[in-house]
Design a protein around this ligand. Structure first.
Ligand SMILES: NC(=O)C1=CN([C@@H]2O[C@H](COP(=O)(O)OP(=O)(O)OC[C@H]3O[C@@H](n4cnc5c(N)ncnc54)[C@H](O)[C@@H]3O)[C@@H](O)[C@H]2O)C=CC1
Ligand SMILES: CC(=O)C(=O)O
Ligand SMILES: [Mg+2]
Length: 476
């Protein structure tokens, strides 16, 4: 795998070029010599003396971008007017908006969508609150709620800085599954207050997607909300990630010809995602899982001030190993990283069993660079969009909520999650399955469709679907 430009840093250089001294060929060679990769060129304005062009260039990082600016500045006949980052341009003013479904064309329409006639609809819901699912956005709308304490792998960056991720989730809900959602970032870290606020806003929503709330607070918050609300509450970093991880593991195990129950699996980062992924992998039949966090291997000789780690130590690590990742990784078949960059070294890969499977899922930067790992692993996956095998919860949350909303499920239970994982894995056929294709692309339209169908079936089978066969449209 050749080292590639980081597609995240795509810069648009607005340049003024003197016609008498600067050809496009000269410009291209200056950029090429500085290591820039020209992606597109636009002409903005032409005059007798000059031409203004927008040149879109992929660069490795900010420093590299500056190097290209310096090279262009130093060339006679070229003036750098402005440099903008395409990613930032895509965020100007936010990424989502609210669009009405009906156009209000005249006073008659106005009197129906709004006062006075809307009052009759309000009365109908007042008399039968379940009509909120029929007559309001509750039917198809999810709240994406974060407190900004574990945003991607960036940590506690606060509710303002968390918004771009939550807006991104809202876009993906709509694009991949037609589900509407609002990004909601709370300026509090207090679990009691978060539970109170989410309960208070719940009437407008058919589901609550908790996002990027740090562990162990996220476990308590989710449990309490699940108990107290009658709509699905789903902590995406836990369960969405676990569903997709299991789908990837089912297919990766097929590629290397190993059975789940025989695998030795090492999970690094026993936080929200690490705990849920481990539980899901255990439920799927894996027996030997070892968890590693900053304190080393989680084992039964220790008492942790994190209840979840005590649970983890009791229910994993059958040989009660102690030590660090160096010890845990010996002879492991699978590495699952849900921690941060640079945790996994080539030396670790060399000490794994034959045909190592490495899922380095930390975002935005994985536990090891895929280029560095590739020579030593059989199956490599990351959470990123710019490498093959993207194991990311975006394969799960749109479809799982689509299914849950369609059948008005009161919760998203283990059976629904397992059904979603199997459905995602099934999208890759045996003929297509290979080291580089264990998991479908997020752009594969079938994913949300098969996930929602499987989830609806599991919801009815387990008695949590509330949409009866007999639905009356009689609104009088
Ligand atoms: N690919 C995907 O779909 C997803 C990826 N993630 C990524 O997984 C990572 C963790 O996310 P969450 O579980 O939500 O966060 P979290 O804050 O709940 O847990 C992170 C855990 O990793 C541990 N950790 C961090 N650096 C470590 C290191 N150097 N060595 C050992 N342990 C370390 C922390 O102590 C903590 O227990 C983030 O990078 C996040 O972006 C999370 C959810 C989905
Ligand atoms: C993908 C995701 O939800 C995360 O990295 O936190
Ligand atoms: Mg997340």
């Amino acid at each position: 795998m050749a080292l590639q430009h980081n597609v995240g840093l795509s810069l648009i250089f607005r340049l003024e070029l003197e016609n008498s001294s600067t050809t496009f060929g000269k410009l291209a060679s200056i950029i090429g010599e500085a290591g820039g990769d020209i992606i597109a060129v636009d002409v903005i304005r032409v005059s007798k003396e000059t031409v203004i062009r927008d040149v879109n260039i992929n660069v490795f990082d900010r420093e590299h971008g500056q190097k290209i600016v310096n090279a262009l500045d130093a060339a006679p006949g070229i003036k750098v007017i402005n440099v903008s980052d395409r990613t930032f341009l895509m965020h100007i003013g936010g990424k989502v908006e609210v669009t009405p479904k009906i156009k209000v064309k005249n006073r008659d329409d106005l009197s129906r969508v709004y006062t006075p006639h809307v009052a009759r609809v309000c009365q109908a819901i007042h008399e039968d609150p379940s009509k909120a699912f029929q007559l309001t956005i509750k039917r198809n709308t999810v709240a994406v709620v974060s407190d900004g304490t574990a945003v991607l792998g960036l940590g506690d960056i606060g509710p303002y800085a968390a918004m771009p991720v939550m807006e991104g989730k809202a876009m993906l809900f709509k694009q991949f599954a037609g589900v509407d959602s609002f990004p909601i970032c709370l300026d509090t870290k207090d679990p009691d207050e978060i539970v109170r606020i989410v309960k208070a806003i719940a009437p407008a929503f058919g589901g609550i997607n908790l996002e990027d709330i740090s562990s162990p607070r996220c476990f308590e918050i989710e449990e309490r909300l699940k108990e107290e609300l009658d709509i699905p509450v789903f902590h995406d970093d836990q369960h969405g990630t676990a569903v997709v991880l299991l789908a990837g593991l089912i297919n990766a195990a097929k590629v290397v010809g190993k059975r789940l129950k025989d695998l030795k699996v090492v999970v690094v980062g026993i936080g929200a995602a690490g705990v849920a992924c481990s539980k899901m992998v255990l439920a799927a039949g894996v027996k030997n899982i070892i968890g590693v966090d900053r304190v080393g291997i989680l084992n039964r000789n220790q008492d942790y001030d994190n209840n979840m780690w005590d649970w983890y130590a009791k229910n994993t690590n059958p040989l009660n190993l102690t030590g660090t990742l160096d010890d845990a990784i010996q002879g492991a078949d699978v590495f699952i990283g849900l921690s941060g960059p640079g945790v996994l070294k080539v030396e670790h890969l060399k000490s794994m069993a034959k045909d190592p499977i490495v899922f380095a899922m930390a975002n935005p930067n994985p536990e090891i660079d895929p280029e560095e790992a590739e020579p030593y692993v059989r199956v490599m996956a990351t959470g990123r969009s710019d490498y093959p095998n993207q194991i990311n919860n975006v394969l799960c949350f749109p479809g799982i909520f689509k299914g849950a909303l369609e059948c008005r499920a009161s919760t998203i239970n283990e059976e629904m999650k397992l059904a979603a994982a199997r459905a995602i894995a099934s999208v890759v056929t045996d003929e297509e399955l290979s080291e580089h294709y264990i998991i479908p692309s997020v752009f594969n339209k079938r994913v949300a469709e098969v996930v929602s169908k499987a989830v609806i079936e599991a919801a009815y089978d387990t008695g949590v679907a509330r949409r009866g066969d007999v639905t009356s449209n009689n609104n009088f």
